[in-house]
Design a binder for this molecule. Structure first.
Ligand code: GLA
Length: 719
């Protein structure tokens, strides 16, 4: 997969359909010669290399440097900016050596893709500027059968005094073309990951987060695509960062109509001190190239993450069908209420009760008590052990909600340790949802949070944890860091969070962890290293979920997407949708319920066992299969359609949601994808059969459905 050709001094990283070719130029720079469709042969020596002797600055601003440091004439975005002892930010990185090895190294303290000696290879290339005392090791890994390149950089101080890293990208990518578009996943609370596209013009286009979390507003992902890219056609370069904090991802069109794209930690609010002999490791970034549109990119990300990122023992397992009491009761519950829900849930085939926010301290609303992780005995007499025993006796597993990183000013914890919250000395910190963030970069605070989780989880038979995080960081300052190292805080916060999740998982190896951050505010590839699923959005309305889930499915496997059936009128937007449609939409995520099962209508309750049967029947296909986007409600404003196909082409489950009924439309014909063209497929429950090529090239006809928000599931099986 990885090859070095000594005569031409080129590196080729070949995946099934792509090649990433770098070369060492005559002057010793590492440049990108090609990234795109696979090439088998050695590339010619690039013509721009001749410029160098006559006019260094023109050369520096033209050559496609793989990892450019600032200050020597490359005026495009620098991958690395290091401020050395003399205060300058100048470094010129040239090739020192390289090594190709089997396997995939772990990254210290950071999430990382994993692989074995038989399915992964890694290239490390060392570059150095001796004058500045900056050594950079670029890591590139590829996995057998997967069209992705995994990159990260390690920056080492080889000088005599400390330096500050002011900017350090995980990936910097040069592309030749002037007709690209930039695709992003942007949104807000309750409206996460809307797919947006814009032309890449001169200047900077991109997204970032300064919130301390990856955020609901922007996402650490961009795709540089050819104009008018579709799900099946066009070129795509998708960049995704395995990181859950501040990030920047952008693309810039330069004076020669070339694009430089980059993704990494946001340089704003970032300044990291590195002592001589120490080094800094960036998070990993994944780049996926597809010449067959967005769909092929999605499937590559899904395969990569399912096989080489999500470590949980649950990754390839059916998760228990849960019922969560948040939208059922909010803060107004007690043991009896929860047991009445559990009892009814058990009758319908639900397998786990999750007790959400409000079970601890005097948490009767969201104004107080975060940090006080002691059971509220007024609500739960006999504590967790009694409740959990009773729930287990009904045949259900038990899960719990915590928000470990937080503290409310009105809490025993804050009264005892006001200095544990993140705030700038002498300034009143701003509240969000009446809470502050704990400074988990401080060891004693970290220990308190970790011990709190440990105590709760070991106090009863708790098999699932929903780890929430409901406000962004602001007023940032840490008592653990001197003034000249406050710029390290945001990154150290993320590292402390990762360390805590790692420690919890080590202690509770069978725990099913679901991350959450006011819905999907931290639904990123970094968190997937720790939890196999993330709550996708606080918006549980089936129709709004179509857009949110389409955005998530663009890069993340369906098996990671927390999705529940909730009550109507929907608590978030008041929409009334059929119970069946709510079930169909949630089926393509982790699946569960978020409603008061004792209060919904008899007619709706009667549908639950049937929905759960669908879950058991189709979950393996949905979890492990290939996802195809067939039509997009966010584009056509009328209907949505997608499928999951078995990898061997033996079956395909199509979901069709007719969002708005229209008169005299005579239904809609949708072309399926990814089937075996010569195989005959039978539509389950009917006598209809179709050949794969007919379904793909002519289409399948969905008859007209009356009324809005209606859905159909169609299951095709090879006969
Ligand atoms: C966040 C979560 C919700 C719920 C509440 C509880 O908003 O996204 O699912 O857990 O917190 O306060």
């Amino acid at each position: 997969m990885i090859r070095y050709d000594e005569p031409s001094r080129t590196f080729s990283l070949n995946t099934p359909n792509t090649s990433y070719v770098m070369g060492i130029t005559d002057s010793g720079y590492l440049c990108l010669y090609h990234y795109g469709r696979r090439v088998e042969h050695i590339l010619p020596h690039p013509s721009w290399d001749e410029l160098r002797t006559r006019d260094k600055l023109s050369y520096m601003d033209l050559a496609p440097f793989e990892y450019s440091a600032g200050g020597v004439g490359d005026y495009r975005p620098a991958a690395l900016l290091v401020e050395t002892l003399d205060g300058s930010q100048v470094a010129e990185l040239t090739y020192v050596n390289h090594a190709i090895s089997k396997g995939k190294p772990k990254l210290k303290d950071l999430p990382a893709t994993f692989g074995s000696d038989t399915d992964a290879e890694t290239l490390s290339i060392t570059l150095e500027d001796k004058t500045a005392g900056v050594k950079v090791t670029l890591l590139y890994s590829v996995f057998e059968g997967i069209d992705a390149i995994i990159r990260s950089a390690q920056v080492e101080n080889t000088g005599n005094g400390r330096f500050f890293i002011c900017k350090v990208m995980s990936t910097s990518l040069n592309l030749v073309n002037n007709d690209y578009e930039l695709l992003t996943l942007s949104g807000s609370w309750g409206r996460e990951k809307n797919i947006e596209s814009r032309p890449i013009g001169r200047g900077f286009q991109g997204v970032s987060s300064k919130r301390g979390i990856s955020s609901a507003q922007e996402h650490p992902f961009i795709a540089v695509t050819t104009k008018g890219v579709t799900d099946t056609e066009g070129e795509v370069y998708g960049l995704n960062l395995l990181y859950s904090g501040n990030f920047r991802a952008l693309a810039k069109l330069d004076q020669f109509d070339h694009v430089r794209a980059e993704i990494g930690i946001d340089p704003e609010n970032f300044r990291f001190s590195v002592e001589p002999g120490e080094s800094f490791q960036t998070p990993e970034a994944v780049t996926v190239y597809s010449s067959k549109g967005l769909g092929a990119m999605s499937r590559t990300f899904h395969d990569l993450y399912r096989q080489h990122l999500i470590r949980s023992p649950y990754t390839h397992k059916k998760r228990p069908v849960l019922i969560n009491n948040w939208e059922a009761t909010y803060f107004d519950f007690n043991t009896d209420k929860l047991l009445s829900i559990a009892k009814e849930a058990a009758k319908s085939g639900i397998e786990m009760l999750v007790m959400d926010d409000g079970w601890f301290g005097d948490r009767f609303d969201d104004n107080r008590a975060l940090g006080d992780w002691k059971v509220n005995e007024e609500k739960l007499p006999g504590g967790l052990s009694y409740l959990v025993k009773e729930v287990n006796a009904l045949g259900l597993k038990f899960g719990i909600w915590m928000e470990p990183e937080m503290v409310c000013p009105d809490s025993d914890l804050y009264r005892a340790h006001p200095d544990w919250a993140i705030k700038v000395p002498g300034r009143e910190p701003g509240l969000a949802r009446n809470q502050l963030v704990l400074d988990i970069t401080r060891e004693e605070v970290w220990q308190y949070c970790f011990e709190s989780i440990k105590n709760v989880l070991s106090s009863a038979n708790i098999e699932y944890l929903k780890w929430d995080m409901n406000r962004p960081l602001a007023d940032v300052h840490s008592m653990a860091l001197p003034a000249d190292r406050q710029g390290e805080f945001f990154h150290r916060y993320v590292l402390s969070l990762y360390r805590m999740q790692e420690a919890v998982l080590k202690e509770f190896q069978d725990l099913l962890l679901e991350n959450c951050s006011s819905g999907g505010g931290r639904y990123d590839a970094g968190m997937l290293y720790y939890s196999p699923q993330v709550w996708a959005s606080d918006d549980t309305d089936a129709i709004e979920r179509l857009k949110i889930q389409e955005g998530n499915m663009l890069i993340y496997p369906l098996s990671t997407m927390g999705a529940h059936v909730s009550d109507c009128p929907n608590h978030g937007n008041g929409r009334i949708t059929p119970f069946e449609t709510r079930g169909h939409v949630a089926l393509f995520g982790t699946f569960g319920y978020e409603l008061d099962i004792t209060k919904i209508s008899e007619e709706e309750r009667a549908q639950i066992p049937g929905q759960i049967a669908l879950y058991h029947k189709y979950n393996e296909l949905i979890r492990e299969g290939d996802y195809y986007r067939l039509a997009s409600f966010s584009k056509n404003n009328e209907f949505d359609c997608w499928s999951v196909n078995a990898k061997d082409g033996s079956e395909c489950l199509v979901a069709y949601v007719s969002v708005f009924a229209r008169m005299n439309m005579k239904g809609r014909t949708v072309k399926l994808q990814g089937l075996d063209p010569d195989a005959l497929y039978k539509v389950e429950g009917t006598d209809e059969t179709y050949y794969g090529d007919v379904l793909m090239n002519v289409g399948y006809h969905f008859p007209e459905i009356r009324g809005d928000f209606q859905s159909r599931l169609v299951h095709f099986c090879r006969v």
